[in-house]
Write a protein that binds this ligand. Structure first.
Ligand code: HEM
Length: 397
């Protein structure tokens, strides 16, 4: 293992490109890196190792420990001492939430998603181009879907966006600003929970309140608030960034776009390839802590090390993906790790997939001449944010 530390997240040479380091890091299975906080961590780079570590109980998600690295100096995300994010405690609570994301429940949202997409596209058509895809489609869709799922009134969803921006900040906002936004959000959640308690609906928050109020000790009041906050904060901007960035990526690759326009049955594999490309952020949020020595193939992760199982690097591993640096929407075998694995596997993966598929196909069908207003390398990514979202995505048709 070399001692030379590189800063992580790696810089992208262009807004839609994979960082150069990710094309070669697998020469070194574990790479010492410096996080935005200045703290040190080990980046695990190979697909097989990342996969194995994501399901290894010796790698803890509980970063509220002396010596554990922080992602950011100003934002103590994931370091909440009142929440135990490791199994079995986490899994017990998570299983309640997972029920709301079963394949059948997600599929039941399909007509709603199709309706919202069509409504947003009609508004776009009516207003005329050019348009910022972030504002016309990529953000409004997942915000409304999440609001529907959780039972949050539509009028409140725009307020969520400001709070999310603060929470997902690595260096964009001061600790004071983040603290103030979190207090506002906590106040909002308290009100929301009180309203739902008084008037329950057929939504996820009401279902979680029912689980809590059955008072069998399955969910504390604090856990209930924490999960609502987590869902509000991670449940839409991820999808929005991937959707907007995914469309930009297709528009920037005319050969791949033509393939999709010719055969829309490719939309599922196109969405998977865009997910493999991981347009949403780096893997910095996957940070873990080794509670024991973990012997790997040819090296050991020492007890006490902070570790990032780098899914962005695993997704570029040539031993799993043929010709990994080629963007190929027809790729048949695509076991990317963008939704993670193991005890923290993304609960909203299927919901995200459904929105990405429906929105991408309907947008391209509705606007046969859709194109980026400026060359893709002029897109601007928001720095200091965990998701590295796009400031705007201007399109015309
Ligand atoms: C393209 C969109 C999305 C991406 C790329 C994504 C990615 C991820 C990843 C990588 C994790 C695991 C982190 C870890 O292992 O430490 C995760 C967890 C999570 N995701 Fe997603 N996600 C997306 C959409 C969604 C949506 C739509 C929802 C909900 C509506 C959601 C809810 C969650 C929750 C609650 C967790 C925490 C699970 C746990 O800790 O047990 N995500 N997501």
């Amino acid at each position: 293992m070399s001692d030379k530390r590189c800063p992580y997240p790696f810089r992208r040479p262009a807004p839609l490109a994979v960082p150069d380091e990710l094309l070669t890091t697998r020469d070194q299975p574990v790479l010492p890196v410096t996080l935005p906080s200045g703290d040190e961590a080990l980046l695990v780079t190979r697909y097989a190792d990342v996969r194995r570590l994501l399901t290894d109980h010796r790698l803890s998600r509980d970063l509220n420990r002396p010596g554990a690295a922080r992602i950011s100096r100003t934002n103590a995300m994931f370091q909440d001492s009142r929440i135990n994010p490791d199994p079995p405690e986490h899994t017990r609570v998570r299983s309640l939430v997972l029920k709301a994301f079963t394949g059948a429940r997600v599929e039941r949202l399909r007509p709603y998603i199709e309706g919202v997409v069509d409504e947003l596209l009609s508004a776009m058509e009516h207003t005329g181009g050019p348009a910022d895809l972030n504002e016309t489609l990529a953000f409004p869709l997942p915000i409304r879907v999440l609001a529907r799922l959780l039972g949050v009134p539509d009028v409140d969803v725009t307020r969520l966006r400001g709070w999310t921006d603060h929470f997902l900040s690595v260096g964009r906002y001061s600790g004071q600003q983040i603290g103030a936004a979190m207090r506002e959000l906590s106040g909002y959640i308290a009100e929301l929970v009180a309203t739902k308690r008084a008037e329950p609906g057929d939504d996820l928050i009401s279902a979680m309140i029912r689980a809590r109020d059955q008072d069998d000790g399955r969910l504390t009041e604090y856990q209930l608030h924490w999960w609502v906050r987590l869902l509000l904060l991670v449940g839409y901007e991820t999808t929005a960034t991937q959707l907007g960035g995914g469309v930009a990526m297709l528009l920037a690759h005319p050969d791949q776009l033509a393939l999709l326009r010719k055969d829309y049955s490719l939309v599922c594999s196109a969405v998977e390839e865009l997910l493999r490309w991981k347009l949403v952020g780096s893997s910095v949020s996957m940070l873990r802590y080794a509670v024991e020595d973990i012997p790997m193939d040819g090296y050991t992760i020492p007890k006490g090390a902070s570790v990032i199982p780098a899914v962005d690097s695993a997704n570029q591993d040539g031993s799993v993906f043929s010709d990994p640096s080629t963007f190929d929407i027809t790729r048949a075998d695509n076991p990317h790790l963008t939704f993670s694995l193991g005890p923290h596997f993304c609960v909203g993966g299927d919901l995200a997939r459904l929105q990405l598929q429906v929105a991408t196909e309907r947008l391209l069908r509705r606007f046969p001449t859709l194109h980026l207003v400026q060359p893709a390398d002029r897109l601007h990514r928001i720095e200091g944010s965990l998701l590295e979202g796009f400031a705007r995505i201007d399109v015309d048709w």
